[in-house]
Design a protein around this ligand. Structure first.
Ligand code: ZN
Length: 67
């Protein structure tokens, strides 16, 4: 599932266990191993992109980015 934190940034959370730890290489939950459907991952990427554009290039805390 995708939800938005108080600063408006999208965050991915596991449909199965509700945690927010994802292996972004495998698109799978660290906690329970549930895979994120490619469709969901793409949806999240779009939400993230929209947020970044809305932020206007400001420095945002993005702890989920591990690239
Ligand atoms: Zn999980």
């Amino acid at each position: 599932m995708i939800f938005y934190n108080p600063s408006g940034a999208p965050e991915m959370a596991c449909d199965e266990c509700g945690c927010r730890w994802f292996d972004r290489i495998r698109n799978a939950c660290y906690e329970c191993g549930a895979e994120v459907p490619a469709e969901k991952a793409a949806e999240f990427e779009r939400a993230l992109e929209t947020f970044r554009q809305r932020a206007g290039g400001q420095q945002t805390q993005d702890r989920s980015s591990t690239t």
